[in-house]
Design a protein around this ligand. Structure first.
Ligand SMILES: Cc1cc2nc3c(=O)[nH]c(=O)nc-3n(C[C@H](O)[C@H](O)[C@H](O)COP(=O)(O)O)c2cc1C
Length: 208
């Protein structure tokens, strides 16, 4: 599924329907910290990215609400075991529906260390990371914009959690980590602040 640029991986088009109702997804959502072995498909990763920030409306409106439609969030994928996605750190480019490789190699172990050794990060097939560029919102709303950015990260993260249920996948939202260490592993720009780490894996059938 690679595009013409070897560092760019085109994502499969996301589905817009499933057999899981919103009510069922809400009922079944649970933080999952252990995962079954085996790779994720690129389609599963694509679907979870779309749930987080996919474009769904005119003028670039997205799956999650955004104060002033200013969209401060950036999304990365730390890939470890995903079919069709070499190990590395990728930036999710909405406009192209693709992933751009920023760093080569398996970085889950380093990200796990940055997240205080939480094993869910190392054991997940892939890990989604949200960062935010606060200025995009504070330029309009001042300091209150900081609150707005955090609210928005919550909306997008909940979308991922509910989408995971409908894909029979497990996720957990992680807020405990060293900011600077996460920035270093993902090679984030100075303008960005990491906000959430979201491991993604297949459900471990041995754990309720
Ligand atoms: C802001 C925030 C930060 C969190 N940070 C972590 C974390 O660092 N590690 C973790 O395993 N779970 C984390 N969680 C998940 C909570 O532990 C979990 O939601 C809670 O135990 C309730 O369980 P449930 O999600 O299964 O309903 C976080 C949740 C939120 C909302």
């Amino acid at each position: 599924m690679r595009g013409s640029n070897p560092e760019t991986v085109r994502l499969p088009e996301p589905l817009q329907d499933s057999n899981t109702s919103v009510e069922q997804a809400l009922l079944k959502r649970r933080s999952t910290r252990t995962y079954r072995d085996g790779p994720l498909t690129l389609s599963q990763v694509s679907q979870l990215l779309w749930a987080a920030q996919g474009v769904t409306g005119r003028g670039g409106l997205r799956t999650a609400p955004s104060a002033g439609a200013l969209y401060p969030l950036e999304i990365y994928v730390v890939a470890g075991n995903v079919d069709g996605l070499p190990q590395g750190v990728y930036y999710y480019r909405l406009s192209g529906n693709d992933l751009i490789r920023m760093v080569n190699g398996d970085k889950r172990g380093r990200l796990c260390k940055a997240a205080l050794g939480q094993s869910s990060v190392k054991n997940a097939a892939a890990v989604m990371v949200f960062s935010a560029v606060y200025e995009r919102v504070t330029v309009k709303y001042g300091d209150r914009g900081i609150q707005y950015v955090h609210m928005e990260a919550g909306h997008a993260a909940q979308n991922v959690c509910l989408q995971a249920v409908s894909l029979d996948m497990g996720t957990v939202v992680i807020g405990a980590f060293h900011d600077e260490a996460v920035k270093e592993v993902l090679k984030m720009s100075d303008r960005e602040q990491p906000l959430y780490i979201i491991p993604m894996g297949r459900i471990n059938l041995n754990v309720a």
